[in-house]
Design a binder for this molecule. Sequence first.
Ligand SMILES: [Zn+2]
Length: 122
Amino acid sequence: MGIFTRLFGASVPEQARPVVCSGCYEIASGDNAHVIPWWNTSGEDFFTTYRCGKCWLTSLDETEAKVRSLDESARGKFCEFLERHHDSDLRERVQKAALGDARVILGDYLQRIRSGKVRLNP
Ligand SMILES: [Zn+2]
């Protein structure tokens, strides 16, 4: 659980400012704006990525595919992503787990993003 969630409870207010979807370049705001970890193949890193309501699930699928084949290098990158999003507790769990367990933990984390239980701030 991140520091913001701990401080403000489960309903962290969605950022009001609109974002540009990096899938289709349309402007998205409110419930239509999604912030997700996305594996960037050329950058070889999990980037904080903005997607609109039409694009985000496809991109989340790609992130899940990467997590299912997680290797040590990608694990380290996801831990850095979690640290940037102030989720030190989860980062520690992922770091300490066996690689196969880390895939399960991160798969569960992505499911919680998909279901809206976890909402990342830009
Ligand atoms: Zn889009």
